[in-house]
Design a protein around this ligand. Structure first.
Ligand code: 5GP
Ligand code: ZN
Length: 134
């Protein structure tokens, strides 16, 4: 997509620090530099988020995310957090599907936190609403 930041990065129109590339997937450092090595893994094909991504592309992005994570661990990182935000309400700011990888060390001072939602519901009522058919 012409006005997509990540498509521009993939095409080399915007600079980045590349970490990994194959025929379908591209990975580069997140500009935020909040956790050293915070990496974004994206499909080269423009898809807006995990929900609209076809399974083949999704599998390629996830497999690359696993490979990159294993690489980080082999380099000496002690853990990784892997996450994707899907749609604006979740906090997704760039509408090109991406997986965040945060390389982690004990006592690195970083913390990925989920603040409790403002409205609490019972587990029973939530399960009733969300349970999928067998
Ligand atoms: P989201 O909130 O959509 O899950 O994450 C988008 C991420 O993209 C953010 O962490 C943000 O720092 C990163 N980002 C936004 N613009 C750029 C950019 O131009 N270059 C790089 N490397 N990262 C970006
Ligand atoms: Zn794009």
């Amino acid at each position: 997509m012409t006005d997509c930041i990540f498509c521009k990065i993939i095409k080399g129109e915007i600079g980045c620090f590349k970490i990994y590339e194959d025929s379908d997937v591209f990975a580069f450092l997140d500009i935020e530099n909040d956790v050293p090595g915070h990496t974004l893994v994206v499909p080269k094909k423009h898809v807006s988020d995990m929900d609209t991504c076809d399974e083949k592309t999704f599998n390629k992005v996830m497999l690359a995310s696993k490979k990159i994570s294993s690489h980080f661990l082999n380099l000496g990182y002690e853990g990784v957090n892997v996450a994707t935000n899907c749609k604006e309400a979740s906090g997704q700011a760039v509408p090109h599907f991406h997986v965040h990888i945060f390389p982690r060390m004990h006592n690195d001072g970083a913390k990925l936190e989920m603040r409790p939602a403002s409205k609490k519901q019972t587990l029973e009522s939530v399960a009733k609403k969300l349970r999928m058919q067998d």
